[in-house]
Ligand binder design. Structure first.
Ligand code: HEC
Length: 427
């Protein structure tokens, strides 16, 4: 990583946001099949070596792969100061237009443009607000577009399988994504440009699992995030009826965006963001406020059931199993993020012999226990392997591979290559 990237300042990002349009094809690998970029990087990694890590439950190797993926995702292309994952397509770019023209430009702002499906809206309405964004790289979007998978009619026609007579097996699958496809999901917390705000912090040891889930309002600890860089000034903050005197953490310890006027307006007009803004900032979003990255999900099609990893911010991210293997040269705010990885729904098993647990506190801890445990014992693959059109139980926690088969789909389903957004967002 270069030094410019290590010092991604708010000002640079603000400039990038103001620029709004990012040329789509610049610096993307898809148009330059044998580019130096692909040769020099570990992505996509050879399938055989990843498959070996999966089968043997080689966590050290799996974690090494995920840290390398992060380094790829945050690399800057060309002259833009933005990490490349921030220059990808959002859900609205991917699904929003019924007959999309080839996209020539997209913007950071369009990433945050909301295109929630009814199912997502229902799930969100009942939970505390959070700004959540999906990112699709060019290989993923091309595949979706070329196969018209953004259209419900396509999924519907693929799901009709006259010979399927049992619930047990999915008869159909959508065409396989290329191994270079990457899909991300990110979550963002508002930080005021002028005053400190409170942010909940997940500590597994002080937040016992509850039947109704463990969403952020229940987390016992908070930090104060201050708009200025630096640390340790004591300040009083309030959130959800709790008042605390806390040490300040500078915004520079997060990957963050500074909001310009157009982005502030967009966030004021979007119900979930508006609700979160009011709750955290105590007022509407204004230009000069920030969005701080608190969670980042990564899925790559490097293995048939995809490779899954997840990152979340922590104020003491230096130690413990989720900091393990983090490269010394990871620069900028990224050493403040913890990470976990799923190559398999079962392996390596937990100490008690149960299937592997991999979740992000911001995104899955909230799932209620509907009989197999809640979000804090969930696993990306156990849930995403069930992704199918029509969608059955997209937010229901299952464990391991045995349960997901039983819980999944019906005879007239088409598996959607582990992506839930296809059945939920197709128009
Ligand atoms: C209990 C089910 C469940 C679990 C567990 C789960 N997810 Fe998801 N995930 C979903 C659903 C449903 C969506 C689509 C709707 C949404 O974004 O809320 C989704 C969306 C995503 C997306 C956007 C792409 C897409 O179409 O699916 C990514 C990337 C993702 N999840 C990664 C992960 C990772 C990484 C983990 C594990 C750390 C994980 N998920 C755990 C249900 C789950």
């Amino acid at each position: 990583m270069n030094s410019r990237q290590a010092h991604l300042s708010a000002g640079l990002l603000c400039a990038a946001l103001a620029m709004v349009s990012v040329p789509l094809l610049a610096g993307t690998a898809a148009d330059k099949p044998a580019s130096r970029e692909t040769e020099q990087t570990p992505f996509p990694a050879p399938e055989a070596s990843l498959e070996k890590m999966r089968k043997t439950g080689d966590l050290v190797g799996q974690r090494r792969h995920l840290w390398r993926l992060l380094a790829e995702l945050i690399r800057t292309d060309n002259s833009l100061p933005l990490p490349r994952f921030m220059t990808w397509y959002g859900a609205k770019d991917t699904f929003g237009v019924p007959n999309p023209a080839p996209l020539a430009v997209r913007s950071v702002r369009s990433l945050f443009a909301v295109d929630e499906s009814t199912a997502q809206r229902a799930a969100l309405a009942s939970s505390p607000p959070l700004i959540v964004v999906a990112h699709y790289n060019e290989a993923a979007v091309r595949h979706i577009r070329e196969n018209s998978l953004q259209q419900r009619a396509t999924l519907k026609s693929l799901s009709v399988e006259p010979r399927a007579t049992t619930r047990a097996a999915f008869a159909r699958e959508i065409p396989a994504f290329p191994r270079s496809a990457v899909v991300l999901k990110s979550a963002w917390w508002p930080v005021a440009g002028d005053i400190p705000v409170a942010m909940p912090i997940w500590d597994a040891e002080t937040n016992a699992a509850t039947v109704s889930g463990n969403d952020y309002p229940s987390w016992r600890r908070m930090v104060a995030v201050c708009p200025a860089p630096g640390n340790l000034k004591t300040t009083v903050v309030q959130l959800m009826g709790r008042t605390r005197r806390l040490n300040c953490v500078g915004i520079d310890r997060f990957f963050h965006l500074q909001i310009d006027a157009a982005m502030a307006e967009q966030l004021r007009n979007e119900p979930t963001a508006r609700k979160l803004g009011a709750m955290v900032l105590g007022r509407a979003f204004r230009p000069g406020d920030y969005l701080a990255l608190v969670a980042l999900h990564v899925a790559t099609r490097e293995l048939p059931d995809w490779v899954w990893g997840t990152f979340w911010w922590h104020d003491q991210a230096v130690r413990g199993p989720y900091a393990a293997g983090r490269p010394e040269d990871l620069a900028g705010p990224w050493p403040n993020y913890l990470m976990n990885v799923a190559f398999d729904a079962d392996l390596p098993r937990e100490l008690d012999g149960s299937p592997r647990v991999v979740f992000n506190p911001w995104l899955e801890a909230r799932f209620a226990d509907s009989g197999h445990g809640g979000g804090t014992v969930s696993n990306c693959i156990s849930c995403h392997r069930r992704a199918a059109y029509p969608a059955v139980g997209p937010f229901a926690v299952t464990r391991g591979t045995q349960q997901d088969v039983r819980a999944a789909g019906s005879m007239a389903s088409v598996k959607t290559s582990s992506l839930w957004s296809l059945p939920l967002q197709a128009h």
